[in-house]
Design a protein around this ligand. Structure first.
Ligand SMILES: [Zn+2]
Length: 151
């Protein structure tokens, strides 16, 4: 099942982000042909950039690689429910399908909170599949934040 391997790649990016001291979230952009166009993990601390979420970095890199402001027909895999900022970017990028792992009641913006895709002002809504690899994504986040509290 291909979506599992793409989410595994996103989980690898999440693990690498955690190793860098970033919140362990990873994202992968996949082309309509099934090629990984971009993969990224959170880098907000490293870049001193509050917008440097995994999804934003992956979308930027994919757009740069394609020379396009849109990723029509492309899919995004992310280990955690996107926040409102990233959900907005996903809509602007015209992502076809959004697959995410863990739900995020605290900061999520698709199933929780702002529910960006539910508004009529959201002009492109991706097909949405949640819970893919959720247990692994949740375990990573739990371990990361448990370590933070122990510091
Ligand atoms: Zn975000």
């Amino acid at each position: 099942m291909s979506f599992t391997s793409y989410m595994d790649r996103a989980l690898d990016e999440a693990r690498a982000a955690g190793d860098r001291g970033e919140v362990p979230v990873g994202a992968v952009v996949v082309s309509p042909a099934g090629a990984v166009i971009a993969a990224a993990g959170n880098r907000t601390r490293e870049l001193n950039d509050p917008t440097a979420h995994a999804e934003m970095l992956a979308i930027r890199a994919a757009c740069a690689a394609l020379g396009s402001e849109r990723l029509t027909g492309h899919d995004l895999y992310v280990t955690l429910e996107p926040c409102p900022m990233c959900a907005g970017a996903i809509s602007f990028a015209r992502i076809r399908r959004l697959y995410y792992g863990a739900g995020d009641p605290k900061s999520g913006g698709t199933a929780h909170g702002a529910r960006v895709f539910a508004h009529p002002q959201c002009h492109h809504v991706p097909e949405l599949y949640d819970g893919i690899g959720a247990e692994a994504a949740e375990a990573l986040l739990k371990t990361f934040f448990a370590g933070k509290r122990a510091d």
